[in-house]
Design a binder for this molecule. Structure first.
Ligand SMILES: Nc1ncnc2c1ncn2[C@@H]1O[C@H](COP(=O)(O)OP(=O)(O)OP(=O)(O)O)[C@@H](O)[C@H]1O
Ligand SMILES: [Mg+2]
Length: 351
């Protein structure tokens, strides 16, 4: 009998106590939730170490996870005030991400769940970003529009139910977060680019008319044109020896990149007659975006559900939140579940 089958007839609780574990990139994170209530969220990041290299080095990340995983889980349980024996399940990111990094969290979670004799839940990292909204608003129920904007994904989705969604539009090239990181590099800002562009943008004006973002059929995005426009603008000025304001470039880029997200999410909500836009992913931590999305929603009589900034970037509470969805669906994993570097957006079915 496989491990998951042991729990086929489990009496599932209404508000289970779940441990979430996340290690897909450079954050080693652990969190405890009860139902949709966050009891603790610990993030031990190797970002400062990675900044020396200008990006995430997989082996550096794997080593940092190996050093930090036990400590992150111990602290999450301590801060929640819950002994490990009271946990009902362990939810862990199995993909997508850096393989070595994922394997650290996944191996830890497998042995932890097995030792406690509780279900293991394998979570898709991106569904975790989308599920962060359930913690931000414990009353949130589908259907709603999801705006997903992270380091590797940009999409507008129609979330039909807790487990089913339709992709209304997604990026055709770079993701929004990736564009922030690349624009930051051109401006000589350190990794990670997003927060540093936001900081610099506060000192500038959005007065550079970068081309309006490609608007094809549906709700697709394309960030490569905007990225190239930023690169060309800076290089042209430098070649001609003309001074220019890096802060104005940052502000103009931020407005163009985030404006497209707001515009498409609101249009999608209107088309589907949805009253709620729920957002997730690291770019949703951007202050300009949060302010303008909230304002656009108010104007259109919509409600915006924005997770706190620390639950937009990688964290384990969002993994536990998606774990809760899977727990309720009885979707448990076997101990043979493997890490997966790439998971297409919208992949359905059991892990
Ligand atoms: N304040 C901000 N403004 C804009 N972008 C931001 C901000 N904070 C973080 N980001 C961007 O969010 C991204 C990191 O977020 P996230 O955790 O969602 O990405 P990831 O885990 O690398 O990618 P994915 O989740 O798609 O696998 C980076 O690209 C970063 O620059
Ligand atoms: Mg992420």
């Amino acid at each position: 009998m496989g491990y998951a089958a042991r729990f086929a007839h489990l009496r599932r609780k209404e508000r289970p106590l779940l441990l979430g574990i996340e290690s897909s990139c450079d954050e080693t994170a652990a969190a405890v939730i009860r139902g949709r209530e966050i009891l603790s969220s610990v993030i031990l990041s190797s970002a400062a170490e990675q900044a020396k290299y200008g990006g995430v080095v997989p082996e550096v990340a794997s080593r940092a996870h190996t050093d930090a995983i036990s400590e992150a889980v111990r602290r999450a349980l301590d801060e929640a005030g819950t002994p490990r024996e009271s946990l009902d399940a362990v939810a862990v990111t199995y993909g997508a991400g850096l393989l070595g990094a994922l394997l650290v969290g996944l191996s830890f979670a497998k042995s932890f769940a097995w030792a406690l004799g509780i279900p293991l839940i394998a979570v898709d990292h991106i569904r975790g970003h989308m599920a962060a909204a359930y913690l931000a608003d414990p009353a949130l129920e589908p259907p709603f529009i999801t705006l997903l904007a992270s380091g590797g994904h940009t999409a507008v989705l129609y979330t039909k139910s807790y487990t089913d969604f339709e992709i209304m539009g997604s990026t055709r090239d770079d993701a929004a977060g990736e564009a922030f990181d690349k624009a930051a590099r051109v401006l000589g800002l350190p990794y990670p680019g997003g927060p540093n562009i936001e900081k610099l943008a506060r000192e500038g004006e959005p007065n550079i008319p970068f081309p309006k973002m490609f608007r094809g059929a549906g709700y697709d995005f394309s960030y490569s044109g905007l990225k190239t426009a930023v690169i060309n603008y800076c290089h042209n000025k430098e070649q001609k020896g003309e001074p220019y304001s890096r802060a104005d470039v940052a502000a103009s880029f931020q407005q163009a990149a985030c404006g497209a997200l707001v515009e498409r999410a609101v249009a999608a909500a209107k088309e589907r007659g949805c009253g709620v836009i729920a957002a997730g992913g690291g770019v949703i931590a951007n202050g300009w975006l949060r302010e303008h999305l909230a304002a656009a929603c108010r104007k259109e009589g919509l409600r915006a559900v924005l997770p706190e900034k620390k639950f937009c970037t990688d964290n384990a509470a969002m993994i536990a939140s998606e774990g809760l969805v899977q727990y309720r669906a009885g979707n448990f994993a076997d101990l043979s579940v493997n890490a997966c570097a790439h998971i297409p957006l919208g992949k359905k079915g059991k892990q």
